[in-house]
Design a protein around this ligand. Sequence first.
Ligand SMILES: [Zn+2]
Length: 345
Amino acid sequence: MRATLIYGVGDVRVEQVPDPVLKQPTDALVRVTTACICGSDLHPYRSKSPADGPARIGHEFIGVVEDTGSDVTTVRTGDLVVAPFAYSDGTCGFCREGLHTSCLHGGFWATGDVDGGQGEAVRVPLADGTLVKLPVGADSALIPSLLTLSDVFGTGHHAAVNGGVTPRTTVTVIGDGAVGLLAVLSAKRLGAERIILMGRHKTRTDLGREFGATDVVAERGEEGIAQVRDLTGGQGTHVVLEAVGHLPAYEQAVGVVRAGGVISRVGVPQYEQAPIGFASLFGGNITLTGGPAPARAYLDELLPDVLDGKIEPGKVFDRTVDLDGVPDGYRAMDRREALKVLVKL
Ligand SMILES: [Zn+2]
């Protein structure tokens, strides 16, 4: 079969790889019908050392079950399924607590001998705990929105849930990528009435307004912080959802959070050192939270709203490519010519 490999900075190729086969009785084989490129895939795209050798990539996909191991009971051949960006058993203590990304037996796509999602097929470990059957056809108009449940929508929702967003909280969202925009949608869904979106790209922030942002601040750094403070009577917002992952975005979050408030990070931090002392977090009684979203935990909750058409998170996709177009898709996202690229196989 063919799948996407990343070789180094800016070097993504679609090549022939071994066909996946069932290895464990808990595995399923899934023929991928739709995948996509994630903002977090751009981190290795901009930093991967060629010395580490080529690696599979991709962690968001919908597909049709082709075969299942003897222990698999929740999905069967022919089912259309969505996979969250981490696989998990669904039964260990962490999974029962809803923290599937810390599953004792789980892991992430495109690591070790586990396939990446940007390819023709995937061996899915722990299929019963991982896969969710979709009650639609592979050509449904809902597919783009359903695919966001594998990562970006679940991640935006995780930011909002960890931030404690309610109808009584004011919210700032930092970042106008797909996760930031879906953090806006998630905050709106949880009832927030005031949502300030910090982002510089007008077509993206326009979608943010459609998703529920009440204010847009295009400025960054001190100027952006001053604007958010102006909009909130000098206080900042109760909740800040940080969906970028770079240190300036964290510093911006510290600058706009209200005393007693929460900074919830879902942008994968590209830094280890950051201010946490008296002048940043401690003095204002600020809570810092966030991490990888247990997308599997949120699938059951978010799926009905997507199936109802109540919300349309799939609007974040603004370009579609086939498997051969994946390298172009990376280039387009890297140059910010595309917000999020759908891959139709
Ligand atoms: Zn588990």
